[in-house]
Design a binder for this molecule. Structure first.
Ligand code: SF4
Length: 430
């Protein structure tokens, strides 16, 4: 049996590196000039209110622009770029296209830019239930998937299979984060019903403790490409220091679709994995009893219980979690909190013995309304919940969060890349 081929190429000049990656894996072999081609980057979010370092979070525009040029020169002219960003903090997909300069691709090469959040959707049976999938993604002839080389605090890694979640309607994305299902047994099914043809992992940067901007990016300068999405993810995981066997969604996809997750069962061309694999941790440390982040304990924070969120928490809620941690930290002035528990997602139950219970978002509320353990509920409404509301309601309970501290933190995580070699905004903003 022929082994799936994955090319691994050092990134130097983006255009030539992408070309080399495609040539080594015969990436365009199955394409015909008439094909409608969808390019699916990862543009999950931007922040138009506070400083936002995109390194390792978003697909670089350098890779997208180089790929479009290569496709155009090879005679592929029916190109679409599609994505559905989270929409929080003003980050609609269209605004992100704009800030990255994608309009130039429309002007120069006639590329269609589609915000999947505004697309029509079709319900597709993915084995026992339906996903609502953007019609554009279903109707093109071929998809070129361009994820980022990053870790993910719920799924360990976020690569090709995970990146396709962006083709779903919001309600299906939320449905993936189910109360009684494993997230990693949900989204891999998308790849089974889409016309996946080629995956290129953009590893110009790699991200530790991803998937968002609170993680730490490293300049990695590596690209991996394959016509086999599973093989590409197996290699991507290895480059991040993970055996695919410990990544549930990769294992699950392989089991459902008959592929192998063993490195010897695939052929790599170009660079050797061993020369570029570095372990990047996927999550922050929590205390052993899971009552708070280890960093909180180090600071001497007491009187607060804040469990790590599980995979029933959707991406939009998870994106608000980091600000919540910073806000709690800002409220700590050396005195213990007055017995506060913070509850999130669809699975966490409020525990007994707390003065006040913060129910963060609609799901935590529905699960816990009527829970006899709760003395004083503080319900932060919304789906996802609103941070201003969080701050206001906690203030009413005598807990004074300072949003300015969060703003300072955001400047810090942006500024730490400013003088670092290789962290060049021009790789994103064209
Ligand atoms: S409240 Fe949060 S976890 Fe619940 S559906 Fe909304 S975004 Fe998802």
């Amino acid at each position: 049996m022929t082994k799936p081929v994955v090319s691994i190429v050092k990134h130097n000049d983006t255009y030539n590196s992408i070309k080399e990656a495609l040539e080594l894996c015969d990436g365009l072999q199955g394409f015909s000039k008439q094909d409608k081609i969808l390019i699916k980057p990862n543009l999950v979010s931007w922040d138009f209110e506070l400083p936002f370092p995109p390194y390792g979070v978003l697909t670089t525009s350098a890779v997208i622009f180089a790929l479009v040029q290569i496709l155009h020169e090879a005679g592929f002219n029916d190109l679409t770029i599609g994505e559905a960003s989270l929409g929080s903090f003003g980050s609609t997909t269209e605004r992100i296209f704009q800030v990255l300069g994608y309009e130039k691709l429309r002007e120069k090469y006639g590329v269609n830019l589609i915000d999947f959040n505004k697309d029509e959707f079709e319900d597709v049976d993915v084995g026992g239930f339906n996903f609502s999938i953007a019609r554009t993604a279903l109707e093109v002839d071929k998809i070129i998937n361009i994820p980022v080389l990053k870790t993910h605090n719920q799924c360990k890694v976020s690569l090709g299979i995970k990146n396709l979640k962006g083709c779903l309607h919001r309600k299906s994305k939320k449905f993936c984060h189910a109360r009684d299902e494993n997230l990693e047994h949900m989204f891999p099914r998308i790849a089974e019903v889409l016309p996946m043809e080629l995956t290129i992992i953009d590893g110009i940067f790699a991200l530790e403790k991803g998937p968002g901007h609170s993680g730490k990016a490293f300049r990695k300068d590596i690209l991996a490409a394959s016509r086999d999405i599973l093989a590409c993810d197996v290699v991507g995981a290895a480059l991040l220091g993970y055996d695919a066997g410990e990544v549930e969604h990769i294992k699950y996809f392989a089991a459902r679709n008959g592929g192998s997750i063993e490195l010897p069962e695939l052929e790599t061309r170009g660079e050797a994995i061993a020369d570029h694999a570095d372990f990047l941790d996927y999550t922050w440390k929590w205390t052993e009893d899971n009552t708070m982040p280890a960093g909180f304990q180090k600071r001497g924070i007491k009187g607060l219980a804040l469990r790590k969120y599980d995979d029933s928490l959707c991406t939009a809620c998870a994106a608000a979690f980091n600000p919540v941690l910073l806000l709690f930290m800002s409220a700590f002035k050396g005195e213990p909190f007055p017995g506060v528990e913070f509850v999130s997602g669809k699975r966490q139950d409020a525990s007994p013995g707390f003065e006040k219970t913060v129910l963060f978002g609609k799901c935590a509320y529905h699960r816990n309304k009527g829970n006899p353990n709760i003395n004083k509920p503080i319900f932060i409404k919304g789906c996802p919940p609103d941070l201003k509301e969080f701050q206001k309601l906690l203030k009413e309970e005598g807990i004074h969060c300072d949003y300015e501290e969060y703003v300072k933190y955001r400047h810090y995580i942006f500024d730490r890349y400013l003088s670092k070699e290789g962290f060049d905004m021009e790789l994103y903003v064209r």
